[in-house]
Design a binder for this molecule. Structure first.
Ligand SMILES: [Zn+2]
Ligand SMILES: [Zn+2]
Length: 387
């Protein structure tokens, strides 16, 4: 079985990178608090990003006659994992030890940081920098989740952001819930996806020895960290049966983590509010944020992808931000990129759907010019009277 799983993930390997990047990374500006903000070209553009390449692909979509083929080995793997998830949950209820279920839950929670703080915010978006001990921790946590190697994950994620909702988006949400959730992993990719994967600049990841080490040794690392250790620990430490541990701590745990990540691509592109850009499909979704350690603030994230918080409200349910902040205090995470309140307010006013939180009181926009002038005058008179 492990061999089939390896085949499944190895097939997702990107092809050789040959072209120069067109990724819209921005220029950092350090403010007085030491936090870095970014002067991104999209802020000054229209609501949608001024990505001519993306616009050209969108126009071609209607005339495209691509018919995807089912990749049967990958389909069989997904069927096995999802049916195995049901059986694993059944075993949790009828025969597994309590610690085995607790261990699976904690593993899902803790290793999630390898995806959110690691493959996503650090490696895909360069939203902060990390010293090697933190990068090593993140790459190991990410390997436990089994979501391919960091290089392949970040490559697809960069393509997703740049060509979001076009044929070149690997999990284009416009092709429906099932496709954006899991269908994209069992169907042959659109030729535009294959083409654009080759055009993304991955030189920053290629220069990271920890990323390249994981890429090179992915099959044995997958076997050790995603199968042997999670299955072996309950058997060794509290005498769980190998059978229970395999179905719960490999199959069910692995599949739950996969689905949590899938929710960001499906649910968080479909149901929720759009305070920052009403013209794109990503939304703000609390349920996804609860499941995915704060990654459900997806409308914000697609508008400001370089913000290490991936949400405006910081730690108001965003454990991944708390995780990065903790390591920033240790000095292992640094150069955290963020977005100013002014940028957010301007963007929400210009492009949002009106759901951006407003302060209904002093300082809000509804105070007319005349009233504001009178308020200022009153404040000045009061100040004078005090002295
Ligand atoms: Zn997205
Ligand atoms: Zn992202």
């Amino acid at each position: 079985m492990a061999q089939v799983v390896f085949l499944f993930f190895q097939k997702m390997e990107p092809t050789t990178i040959t072209e120069t990047s067109t990724m819209p990374f921005a220029t950092p500006i350090t403010d007085t608090t030491g936090t870095t903000t970014l002067n991104h070209r999209r802020i000054n553009s229209s609501c949608d990003n001024n990505n001519e390449d993306k616009t050209a692909i969108s126009k071609q979509t209607d005339t495209d006659e691509f018919v995807p083929q089912i990749r049967w080995p990958d389909t069989i793997v997904q069927l096995f994992l999802h049916l195995g998830l049901v059986y694993g949950l059944f075993l949790c209820l009828v025969s597994a030890k309590f610690y085995t279920t607790l261990f699976a839950f904690l593993t899902i929670y803790i290793t999630g940081f390898g995806i959110t703080a690691g493959a996503h915010r650090l490696w895909s978006h360069r939203a902060y920098k990390a010293k090697w001990p933190l990068r090593l921790i993140l790459v190991i946590l990410f390997t436990v989740t089994g979501q391919r190697h960091v290089y392949a994950w970040a490559l697809d994620h960069r393509v997703h952001h740049k060509y979001s909702e076009t044929d070149a988006d690997p999990h284009n949400a416009k092709r429906g819930f099932f496709f954006s959730h899991v269908g994209w992993l069992i169907l042959t990719p659109h030729p535009k996806v294959v083409e654009k994967r080759k055009a993304v600049d991955m030189s920053d990841l290629e220069a990271d020895p920890i990323v390249m080490w994981q890429k090179k040794l992915y099959p044995p690392l997958f076997a050790i960290f995603n199968i042997i250790l999670p299955v072996g620990i309950p058997v060794y430490y509290w005498n769980e049966t190998l059978w229970n541990s395999f179905w719960i701590n490999f199959v069910a745990r692995f599949t739950i983590t996969l689905n949590i990540a899938f929710f960001v691509n499906s649910v968080a592109h479909m149901w929720g509010q759009k305070p920052y850009d009403r013209n794109i499909s990503p939304v703000e979704n609390l349920a996804v944020s609860l499941a995915a350690l704060g990654e459900g603030w997806h409308n914000y994230h697609h508008v400001f992808p370089w913000d290490y918080k991936t949400g405006e409200l910081g730690n108001a349910y965003n454990p991944s931000t708390a995780f990065i902040d903790f390591f920033a205090r240790l000095g292992w995470a640094y150069d955290l990129k963020s977005v100013s309140k002014g940028m957010i307010a301007r963007r929400a006013k210009k492009c949002g759907d009106g759901s951006h939180p407003q302060i209904w009181g002093y300082g809000d926009e509804d105070i007319g010019k005349e009233d504001q002038e009178e308020l200022d005058k009153m404040a000045a008179e009061e100040k004078e009277a005090m002295f």
